[in-house]
Design a protein around this ligand. Structure first.
Ligand code: SF4
Length: 135
């Protein structure tokens, strides 16, 4: 036979058992409300644009056209890619004298002075840098 005192101990422990799970439930709810922060992606390194401060850049509208009027008009033959299988033409920044003739000649408005390259085509500055690094 169970003594009255033992019965109260057992009954009390049984009654409190669900409460022992409460901290786990609270932790789970807190995690849902405040999920662990996602790691911030490392920003891409800023390309070195120093050699482009006074040159022209050919951008996306050249792709699919490669109209060579600009290359034919360039007085110092600084535009490359007329006969290569590249997807666009490129201006060599070491040879360009920034006369602006190519920009006037391009029927697709693909050529911009370095500081005026539209935001959406800024990546073409880097593409130009990479292109001449390979040479
Ligand atoms: S700006 Fe003048 S020198 Fe430079 S690529 Fe155009 S045409 Fe050639």
């Amino acid at each position: 036979m169970i003594k009255r005192r033992d019965f109260i101990k057992i009954a009390g422990a049984a009654a409190l058992a669900p409460l022992s799970l409460l901290p786990l439930a609270q932790d789970s709810a807190a995690q849902k409300a405040n999920p662990a922060p996602t790691p911030t992606p490392t920003p891409a390194p800023t390309p070195d644009y120093s050699q482009y401060s006074g040159t022209y850049i050919i951008t996306e509208p050249c792709i699919g056209h490669k109209d060579t009027t600009c290359a034919d008009a360039c007085p110092v033959e600084a535009i490359y890619g007329k006969t290569e299988d590249w997807d666009q033409l490129f201006i060599n920044p070491d040879e360009c004298i920034t006369c602006g003739i190519c920009r006037e000649m391009c029927p697709y408005e693909a050529i911009y002075p370095f500081p005026e390259v539209p935001e959406k085509w800024k990546s073409y500055i880097g593409k130009n840098i990479e292109h001449f690094k390979k040479k």
